[in-house]
Design a binder for this molecule. Sequence first.
Ligand SMILES: [Zn+2]
Length: 251
Amino acid sequence: MAFVILLSFDGYGQTAKSTLDGKKVLLVYGGWDGHQPKIKSDIMSQWLIQEKAEVIVSNSTEIYADSNVMYNIDLVIQIITMSEIKENEIKGLLDGIKSGIGFAGFHGGMGDSFRSNTQYQYMVGGQFVSHPGGQLNYKVHIIDKQHPITKGMKDYSVHTEQYYMHVDPNNTVLATTVFKSDAHQWIQGAVIPVVWIKYFGKGRVFYSSLGHAPKDIMQPESWEILTRGIRWAAESKFIEHQNLLNPIYEY
Ligand SMILES: [Zn+2]
């Protein structure tokens, strides 16, 4: 099933030269079944293989504590909603990212993992807290039209969960959404990031809140942002560190 769906995306992969060729990517999935982590992992791994990346797939965070693996990879893609992580595992992951491994993900698989772990949230730059109204129509606004991840893209509409997130005010935000909630009147007009990037140590971090169901990942515009973001995050070890701190508050 996933394979058949993937075929329709072949065209997208060919629009840009694959920068993932030869990159070593660790894909880790698990957590809450409602987010279909195995199906999403299969979609991602098949695309990564098409991109000629070397892919290691694991269904356990235990692999983050394996220094032989972590020493050798360029990127982690994580698809784990909620669940928990052990101290030696989070240490392995965060030390790896600090040393230059990129970290990329979407929706709850990255933005709602290991809820009680503040060290993890510090690295991600945000945490899901609510999706008022459940599945609804809303717009994704592209606010940075220069960055390679969103260059040339226009605002577009989706029908899915609208993630209200608590975010690090120093993230570099590429896309946002406005809440028009009837259910939660007091947040009408609230603007919340949908796509952001940042560094954690030397590692590039990319997040998109789009991707509740497999169809949401594969909506062409969201897929384009996600795959460009993954390519960008995989470059930490190969492209000089840039300052991405983008404070929104004055002092
Ligand atoms: Zn969801």
